[in-house]
Design a protein. Structure first.
Lengths: 256, 281
């Protein structure tokens, strides 16, 4: 490679690393007063607090992981069948429009519209309510991805298995599932990330009582506790980094 | 059996997508015209009239459109420059290109605060380097009138996404080969760039660009942390109206919800129609 592009790539690489380095460094800092660039002390205190069993941040991380895994699992499963149903339905275009809508509308505005019903059914300010609310934005996204996957040629392969004497179950289990394992993985990871990154909808439906990591970051920022906010930020970016690493070949290039 | 399964699927779709969406919008509409709500006594267009006279909705809408247009415009320009200007060693995207996608809006907003505020990292570096002598010499980039902090945050989030996206399109649309054909037909370098490569990438990427525009239009946490108190972006304005102690503001908030939903609905319909027309042709 020529020297010019290598220099630009190095600059871009540094730019990409900068946010992660900032978060990491801030999570070890204590006392940071203008105009000094470095803190008064470097500390491991916040990280030690994190790994204490009764630590709030650890519990928040577990809550976030639980919510995101549940939302991703249900969206992936339901979306698989709903996407296929939609792809074969004569009103496909209209269903697709409806599926796009909650996702594009802005989750927080959707939450503002449905908040009344959540209060009415006792789902406001609790874990179950947040799960259902997040499902309302993750599921449409899953359906949209699956809808692209269930192309006529894909559906024809299932039909071919039936024509060759396979039962409906065999066509589903031996043809559709193996062929769709890639897209299932993509949908799981993407819906996990949607839930993991969600703030506005979670705050409105959870009323701040269901603490996820994004809620925690916002709370620390408003309390001007920037070092704990940075630590929460580190916790917030690590799972997506791992997921992106695992799933690099499937994400973006093929499905956007 | 097939019919039963179809009904079950339709039931789930209705329950989890149509009902919450429809219910929320109908509730918002009824609340805004006085059909629901503790303090609403009669059906009227008072809330609509108020937001029209005060210009709250339009001000927020224009401000949001301004932020979204500038953010997406800059991101698309930057990512096109990166796609067409930098040749990576491999056709496959390296892992580091995906890393910025792991940053949620909340974290980006937090980082902007730490970098760009008057007591932030850049201000301190400039002070230590002797470029500024006082804290007030550093420009206001956070919670500023022009929404620069919000725009920079969105650009930082959108540019890596569009870079990966355009690189994908560059390969699937065979842009390099199209450029080669144009060159063999006598086109010059700048003509290939401006009349072949950029138009192909923009045209094929238009539905995704519009979708991302809508995401920025409805973004919440970034303008919540980095925006000034007035004007605010739509999502922030709506939530503030609904959460105020003054219950009389609520109908206005709900009116803004269904009005914004109507705009988004039209936009999504246009994107889908555009996409399907392209597919058909």
């Amino acid at each position: 490679m020529k020297k010019g592009p290598r220099f630009f790539i190095a600059i871009i690489g540094l730019g990409i690393a900068f946010p992660f380095l900032t978060l990491l460094l801030f999570s070890f800092m204590k006392g940071w007063f203008f105009p000094s660039i470095s803190p008064t002390t470097w500390t491991l205190d916040y990280w030690i607090q994190l790994f204490q069993v009764e630590g709030e941040l650890l519990q928040t991380s577990l809550t976030s992981i639980l919510i995101s895994i549940f939302v991703a699992f249900v969206s992936t499963l339901l979306g698989f069948f709903l996407g296929k149903w939609m792809a074969t339905h004569p009103w496909r275009k209209w269903w697709l429009l409806l599926a796009y809508f909650p996702f594009v509308l802005s989750p927080v505005i959707l939450a503002a519209g449905i908040q009344f019903f959540f209060i009415k059914f006792g789902l406001s300010g609790n874990f179950l309510g947040v799960l259902i609310a997040q499902l309302l934005i993750a599921l449409p996204y899953a359906i949209i991805i699956y809808n692209g996957f269930w192309s006529p040629s894909m559906l024809d392969r299932e039909k071919l298995a039936r024509t060759l004497g396979g039962t409906a179950w065999q066509a589903f289990w031996r043809v559709s599932i193996p062929l769709s394992s890639g897209v299932i993985l993509v949908v799981f990871f993407q819906t996990f990330l949607i839930s993991w990154f969600e703030y506005g909808l979670t705050r409105l439906i959870g009323l701040g009582k269901v603490k996820t990591l994004t809620i925690q970051v916002f709370q620390f920022v408003t309390e001007t506790n920037i070092f704990l906010a940075a630590l929460s930020g580190v916790l917030l970016v690590v799972p997506p980094l791992i997921l992106l690493w695992v799933n690099k070949r499937f994400v973006i290039n093929q499905w956007i | 059996m097939h019919r039963i399964l179809s009904y079950i699927n339709a039931g789930f779709f209705f329950l989890l997508i149509v009902l919450p969406l429809g219910g929320g919008l109908i509730y918002s509409f009824l609340y805004s015209i006085g059909g629901l709500g503790l303090l609403n006594e009669e059906i009227s267009g008072k809330a609509l009239l108020t937001i029209w006279e005060e210009g709250t909705f339009l001000k927020s809408l224009f401000y949001s459109v301004y932020i979204a247009l500038l953010s997406i415009g800059i991101s698309v320009a930057l990512s096109l420059t990166l796609t067409l200007g930098i040749k990576l060693p491999s056709r496959e995207n390296p892992y580091w290109m995906y890393m910025p996608l792991a940053l949620p809006g909340m974290v980006v907003a937090f980082l902007m605060f730490q970098w760009l505020s008057r007591t932030g990292v850049f201000s301190r570096v400039m002070f230590q380097a002797g470029i500024i002598s006082e804290i007030t010499d550093f420009p206001v980039l956070i919670q500023d009138e022009l929404g620069l902090g919000i725009i920079i945050a969105h650009v930082l989030m959108a540019t890596p996404f569009f870079w990966i996206f355009f690189r994908g399109l560059y390969q699937t649309e065979r842009v390099k080969e199209l450029g080669g054909i144009s060159a063999s037909l006598g086109a010059q370098k700048h003509q290939i760039l401006w009349k072949v490569k950029i138009p192909v990438l923009l045209q094929q990427g238009l539905p995704t660009i519009i979708l991302y525009f809508l995401f920025v239009l409805g973004s919440y946490e970034i303008p919540l942390l980095l925006g000034q108190s007035s004007p605010q972006m739509l999502s922030v304005t709506i939530i503030r109206k609904l959460e105020r102690f003054n219950l009389l503001d609520k109908p206005e908030g709900y009116a803004m919800i269904w009005m914004y939903a109507l705009i988004v609905l039209v936009a999504v319909y246009a994107i889908l129609s555009l996409h399907q027309k392209r597919k058909a042709s």
